[in-house]
Design a binder for this molecule. Sequence first.
Ligand code: PNS
Length: 160
Amino acid sequence: MRRAVCPGSYDPATNGHLDIIERAAALFDEVVVAVLINKKKQGLFTIDERLDMLRKVTQGLPNVRVDSWHGLLVDYCREHDIAAIAKGLRSVSDFDYELQMAQMNRELSGVETLLMSNNPAYSFLSSSLVKEVATYGGDVTDMVPPIVHERLKAKLAEQS
Ligand code: PNS
């Protein structure tokens, strides 16, 4: 069984994330979308809310499951017999950070990282920018799956 993990904060998932998850699902027998805590980022959605949205947006992908993890990604890979980490690359600035993490993860555990070039239509997209634009009333309809758009509007309304 060839198994990969698509890790991230997913706060919330964007169309760019979904594109990478779908493409990873076409390459591997099973893909786990794992919500991990990025201590450098302040969260808007709870982990359970992120998991729920991810489960809904990936429900049409039979070989994809969704999970969460507190700790090192390589420990998750070891525990779940995952040999590859699949991530999207939007830009050269992403590459510096992703390469460093890929090398660290390989050094720690031998797990390989597959860096997939993002669909250029989504190269400007990030969860942080989507949240910022939505906070100030900008239109993010085409940037996130419809269920995420609904939840984002509701969450921001709750907070205002
Ligand atoms: O969506 P993000 O915030 O860019 O994802 C980054 C994430 C969560 C995948 C990364 O911070 C991570 O793997 N965190 C888990 C802790 C860990 O393993 N840190 C060492 C990375 S070399």
